[in-house]
Design a protein around this ligand. Sequence first.
Ligand SMILES: C[S@@+](CC[C@H](N)C(=O)[O-])C[C@H]1O[C@@H](n2cnc3c(N)ncnc32)[C@H](O)[C@@H]1O
Length: 424
Amino acid sequence: MTAVTSENRRSQTAATKMIIRDAGDADLPAIIDIYNAAIATRMATAQLDPVTLEERRDWLKEHSPDRHPFWVLETDGRIAGWLSLKPFAPRCAYRGTAEISVYVDEKFRRRGVARRLLEEAIARSPSLGITAIVGLIFGQNDPSLKLFEQLGFQRWGLLPGIARLEDVERDLIVMGRRCPARDDTITGLTLQRTGPMSSNSQLNDCLNLMHTLMQYRQEPIHAELLKIRDKHSMLHLDVLILIYHFAKICMGQIVEVGAFVGGATIAAAFGVRDSGKRKALIAIEQGGSLKHKRLGTRNILRDLERNLARRRVSEMVTLIKGHSFDPGTIAAVRQTVGSDEIGLLILDADAAKQREIDCYRDKLADGCWMVIDDYYGPAADSKITPARADVDALVAAGCLQLLGFYGWSTWVGRWRGCAAEVIC
Ligand SMILES: C[S@@+](CC[C@H](N)C(=O)[O-])C[C@H]1O[C@@H](n2cnc3c(N)ncnc32)[C@H](O)[C@@H]1O
């Protein structure tokens, strides 16, 4: 039996344990229910009629755990999704290529179930003797195409109008991925890998972000944020621009830990303003005073409130005064976020980056933008060393995807829906 599990020891929050294991006959009813629900959507499979237990009694026997497995993902004792690998084509030359299928119970959507299953398949493919995986996905199935792309699959083929569902012709896209991915090293720089994330897609994401930053240099917001940076921020202008950009494009709410006198808070507020959408922007600050040549203050909270008011963003910011780790602070943040998710998390307080993430990891949207300061600095620095260790551990576990290092000391990337069984 294949079982991948362990307790999430550190998370204080109610992260759910996920177990991936070989499917057994007892799982067949749940597997079939999930499949039949997918058939009805006309989005995910060319099968048009529901299947029955009787017809599919031998389904699992067509698979072998050591070559072409059929897995289920179980959470809280319930089957949340399944994945199967089967030979792509019978000819010998294709023996290293497998076709992948993944289905998720509607009740467990948006919890990273498909991603977790796909990541496991990619990670395990070398030991299964699989050198390439293909997924056959209908052209209108954007969520699946996006997920596959995020996991390093590329469009290897298009079969136009090849399927007819009801009276509508559907394109079939062949998404393919080599296992392991090729081109790990580009111009001598070995990319930091985030679990099974393909280096090509990761590199594209990094370059896209750099390109975005360059474009902002030609826009009025650049000058606007330059003033904010000079008057109210310890962060580099590039980082403020990225915070503005993420706040503008992110889905979900925004949480900032360590607002100081408001530089990054104002940048994020401008992003929300320019998005034209309603998003909560929660800023946590403990207060105090600071001796600093440019930004010295006797009263951080007083100056923070004053700066937010001057920039006309007070109304947009929910300011939580207190230590980020106080239960009252955490409860207040959670209450403000409500049933929504966090789409941008800015960490610029103390060194305990993982502690902050643990407070909200169940609220982080998959793909949540992450801006984490204090990643670079003198090797012996008491803040940098533990901060970097926390971030590196999360990257190594595949929880965080690196998109670049910016400014003086800032790590930028995305939350990749830490699977609950990974100990970060
Ligand atoms: C480096 S400054 C933040 C700079 C700010 N991001 C900017 O744009 O200039 C760090 C801030 O985090 C606050 N802070 C440190 N630890 C904290 C904690 N555990 N909870 C809340 N605030 C904290 C400090 O009071 C300080 O104002």
